[in-house]
Design a binder for this molecule. Sequence first.
Ligand SMILES: Nc1ncnc2c1ncn2[C@@H]1O[C@H](COP(=O)(O)OP(=O)(O)O)[C@@H](O)[C@H]1O
Ligand SMILES: Nc1ccn([C@H]2C[C@H](O)[C@@H](COP(=O)(O)OP(=O)(O)O)O2)c(=O)n1
Length: 232
Amino acid sequence: MTGTLEYFRLGKSLVVAIDGPSGSGKSSVSRETARRLHAAYLDTGAMYRAVTLHCLEKGIDFADAGAVERAARELDLVISTRPDTESVLVSGIDVTDAIREPHVSKAVSAVATTLGARSELIRRQRQIIADSHHRIVVEGRDITTVVAPEAEVRILLTASEEARLRRRGVQLGGTQTAAQLKQQVLVRDAKDSSVVNFQQAADGVVTVDSSDLDFEQTVTAVLEVVSTVAHQ
Ligand SMILES: Nc1ncnc2c1ncn2[C@@H]1O[C@H](COP(=O)(O)OP(=O)(O)O)[C@@H](O)[C@H]1O
Ligand SMILES: Nc1ccn([C@H]2C[C@H](O)[C@@H](COP(=O)(O)OP(=O)(O)O)O2)c(=O)n1
């Protein structure tokens, strides 16, 4: 770790790209990794969710790809990149909690599979990485392959279906039935997989399987991958 922080102090670029399926621990593990590295943190899924919420509120037809793309382009979206501040604003309104609602989770794949909306969000994500002076942990589905394939560290964070369903169930406070959880985790992943590959590691991407690791062990495993790069 000390070596990794030293690497940062030398002003070197350190983009940590983390992809993986739903419930693998991407958001929580990436946020904590960013904290420990004193780096910025970007939850790209939150951006897809914000566009989705906006479309739902404006009654935009998800089948109209042009309208969804326009919504992505025109959205006044501000997302915090401070790991200690979870904040998403749309037109100045705080939607941090609203974008996590189950009805948004259910609809979000429609935006994720609209290629024009993806291009716009990818453009914005690259800008945010540049604004961070390339010291950032970025997580999503296509960060290692599309958004930042040149990232110094590229990780695929996986976990068994059973672990992912269990974690999401606990996270949602036991409010969802087994069928609802399957819909939100496995069915959504299957839909999203039609446009991005986050099930297998691309060349040069290190897989961290968190199925049998607790949260702290997973963060440690990710930091170990980061530190091998810092010491190269
Ligand atoms: N290795 C782990 N062991 C146990 N629980 C974990 C682990 N990693 C994450 N979690 C918990 O699982 C839930 C889902 O994690 P999250 O980061 O939201 O996943 P994702 O962003 O991949 O959907 C959260 O409540 C988180 O605290
Ligand atoms: N880089 C990304 C990030 C998310 N997405 C899509 C895939 C997901 O269905 C949604 C929401 O992502 P999010 O990471 O919030 O999802 P979960 O934390 O797994 O519930 O956005 C994407 O297509 N590309």
